[in-house]
Design a protein around this ligand. Sequence first.
Ligand code: 5GP
Ligand code: ZN
Length: 111
Amino acid sequence: MDCIFCKILKGEIKADFVFKEEGIFAFKDINPQAPHHILIIPEKHIATINDLNDEDALIMGKMLLAAKKIAKKLGIQSYRLVFNCNADAGQEVFHIHLHFLAGRKFTWPPG
Ligand code: 5GP
Ligand code: ZN
């Protein structure tokens, strides 16, 4: 499968990992949009949020808990979490990932 994030998990592409827990991994974004920009991903290849099944509920919960744990580790209280679903929402890598962004002030609505 030609998926960048699966290749990162297999060690075929290097990444700067910051968190690992059963079935969940997090590494620094290669093109950070904030002082802290971390991607939280499941080990399981799921292309988009639209492809989730009920059985993936635990994985999704673990991704959110990973965000909380990463924030605590970094000593951060304020952060933004983003899932982009499909191209019009800005999704470029089709292996679901939760963007963890922190370290600057964010505006609303997003662009
Ligand atoms: P999306 O636009 O799909 O929501 O986000 C994909 C993210 O993956 C982007 O922020 C992009 O910078 C990041 N990214 C793409 N390729 C790589 C890579 O090879 N390594 C890392 N660490 N991040 C990547
Ligand atoms: Zn993948």
